[in-house]
Ligand binder design. Structure first.
Ligand code: SAM
Length: 380
């Protein structure tokens, strides 16, 4: 049955997620404000969840309508075919968001939507009480300029939870964000990658997974695995295909260092969990002692950022060392994500491009310095 899915994206990453959706072969129907809608089938739900690297979640669109009153929200929601989706014992919670809409109270919208779904299910199952002990259906009512989009979350836990990060440093970057930063860079699997502030190893590990074509969701579970609409065989086939697609013997050149021995121990453990520890060279190094490992490499990093002035000053000493390391190396490209607005001045060079992103509520910038590309590189 044809369905519409939405891949959700962090602010600023819409184009990156869209490219991934297209690469997976899905026709994009619309893309804006953190969501990329695409046409699919129920049997495509495993593929989207297992393979999307930089999307936050995959949502199933139940319906869209306009509502400026609670009655319209109730009736619009109740008109949707909930009984065809949610079984008698389904567990359903409602989340919501509202932007520039007459119905601005999100808790009120959530309870109206829940009431409408319950009413519809009561009619279908002839029950007054639902135990909610079965599969999970997280419904979202998203209002934007009075247009309501009702979705159900197929992913469950967010897609950044790949399952490999048992241990993490104090300020880890989200796996989905790390994947996006790599996709936005010049790095390709035949080029050197260096992260000199690697922390728990998220950037090097995500790059190694790309190089070896390891699907980000290969070993984790998803909420819709328990849904009747998605055949069990579709999950097992997609997982088997993803396992077969892994290029185990491929050896990318990935270098990761950090000053902190303990975070490096975590990073190695995380890399072992994914099966990429053999292709990342981890070492304990202060940034001022880091040397570039070869030519035509790509440095991608997320250095410390201090919110208090004293921390900020400490962080800026590191940005200066980082600038000293790469800013004059013509064959190296450098990509640095930080919330420090003054980064370019401290680093010592104006970035070729600067992209505004958000890490949760924190506004960050992705400073990009484009080096020369190797003459015979495998650029796709
Ligand atoms: C924001 S964290 C990086 C987080 C990492 N991307 C992750 O996902 O876990 C910054 C890292 O810089 C490291 N660091 C701080 N001072 C350093 C220095 N002088 N040289 C190298 N690394 C340093 C910290 O130990 C910390 O792990």
């Amino acid at each position: 049955m044809p369905i519409t899915l939405i891949a959700t994206a962090a602010f600023g990453l819409e184009a990156t997620v869209k490219r991934e959706v297209v690469k997976l072969g899905f026709p994009v129907a619309a893309s804006d404000n953190g969501s990329i809608a695409f046409k699919a089938d129920f049997t495509d739900i495993p593929k989207a969840n297992i393979w999307l690297r930089s999307a936050d979640r995959v949502l199933l669109v139940m319906g869209e309508f306009t509502a400026v009153t609670f009655d319209e929200l109730f009736e619009g929601t109740k008109a949707l075919p909930w009984g065809d989706y949610i079984p008698k014992n389904g567990r359903f919670t409602v989340t919501g968001k509202s932007v520039k809409s007459a119905l601005f109270s999100v808790p009120d919208c959530q309870s109206i939507v829940k009431k409408a779904v319950v009413e519809k299910l009561k009619e279908k199952y002839r029950l007054d009480y639902f135990e909610e002990t079965g599969a999970e259906y997280t419904i979202q009512a998203a209002l934007r300029e009075n247009k309501v989009t009702i979705t159900v979350d197929t992913s469950g836990v967010g897609l950044h939870k790949r399952g490999y990060r048992a241990s993490q440093a104090a300020a880890p970057i989200k796996e989905t964000m790390a994947a996006a930063l790599i996709e936005l860079s010049y790095w390709r699997k035949d080029r050197i990658l260096l992260d000199p502030f690697c922390g728990s190893g998220t950037i090097p590990i995500e790059a190694a997974m790309m190089a070896r074509n390891i699907a980000p969701g290969l070993t984790r579970r998803f909420a819709s695995e328990r849904w009747e609409q998605v055949p069990v065989a579709a999950w097992s086939q997609e997982r088997a295909a993803a396992k077969a697609a892994v290029k185990r013997g491929f050896m990318p050149k990935i270098y990761a260092s950090d000053i902190d021995k303990e975070v490096l121990r975590m990073a190695r453990l995380n890399a072992e969990n994914v099966g990429v520890a053999d292709c990342i060279e981890f070492s304990q190094k202060d940034i001022k002692d880091v040397k570039l490992p070869g030519e035509y490499g790509v440095l991608i990093t997320n250095p410390p950022y201090g919110e208090r002035m004293s921390e900020l000053n400490d962080a800026r000493v590191l940005y200066k060392s980082l600038g000293g390391l790469v800013k004059n190396e013509k064959s190296w490209s450098a990509y640095v994500v930080t919330a420090d607005e003054d980064f370019e001045r401290i680093f010592g060079k104006k970035a070729d491009a600067r992209r505004k992103l958000f890490s949760g509520a924190l506004k960050i910038d992705y400073y990009q310095y484009f080096g020369k590309k190797p003459e015979r590189s495998n650029h796709e």
